[in-house]
Design a protein around this ligand. Structure first.
Ligand code: HEC
Length: 156
């Protein structure tokens, strides 16, 4: 019994200490008005923002439980990792080949169902996409890839 008390005590201390670890999610790259995908390329389904922007943009909003560790570390790391791979806030600043490739990967990720992440849709009901929405969103990403390419060609 005494040992159990000690174990619980140590766990409680660790739980308090771990609260001080806060990975910084301040955006590293900021863009101009025309770098943001949704502000520049029209016609995106309204649910795109809710399904992807928390992890793949500079506009991440944290739910209350992201202020409590260890869940907070998990959430913040997804944001940092997600942005590193793909950041819609600055996507149009990427080199042409890269932005077209990323947008096509988005179309694929949505059709194949590996995005948005399961752990995210589990807590965010509004980010759960129906098959119909996945088809529509995937199609929009393909259109956006073509539009981004056309835009860069015209700007040259
Ligand atoms: C909970 C956070 C989260 C959400 C929400 C989310 N993603 Fe991701 N996404 C990630 C993380 C983390 C990675 C990198 C690791 C991986 O591939 O699993 C990633 C990787 C990707 C990649 C691969 C990019 C590359 O360079 O390899 C694509 C494409 C992608 N996401 C698209 C989307 C789209 C489209 C949505 C919305 C429909 C979305 N994601 C929603 C976190 C998220």
């Amino acid at each position: 019994m005494k040992r159990l008390k000690w174990v619980l005590y140590i766990l409680a201390v660790l739980l308090v200490l771990i609260q001080f670890y806060r990975p910084d999610i301040t955006p590293r790259k900021t863009g101009t008005e025309t770098s943001d995908l949704l502000q520049t390329i029209p016609g995106a389904p309204s649910y795109l923002r809710g399904a992807c922007y928390d992890c793949h943009s500079n506009e991440s909003t944290l739910p209350w439980y992201a202020h409590v560790n260890p869940v907070g570390i998990f959430v913040r790391n997804h944001i940092l990792e997600g942005r590193k791979h793909l950041n819609f806030s600055v996507l149009l600043d990427y080199p042409t080949v890269k932005k077209v490739k990323k947008l096509n990967e988005c179309a694929e990720a949505v059709t194949e169902g590996f995005m948005p992440m399961k752990s995210y849709t589990w807590m965010h009901a509004d980010a759960r996409l129906t098959d119909e929405q996945r088809r529509e969103l995937s199609h929009w990403f393909e259109t956006a890839a073509a539009a981004a390419l056309a835009r860069d060609m015209n700007n040259q």
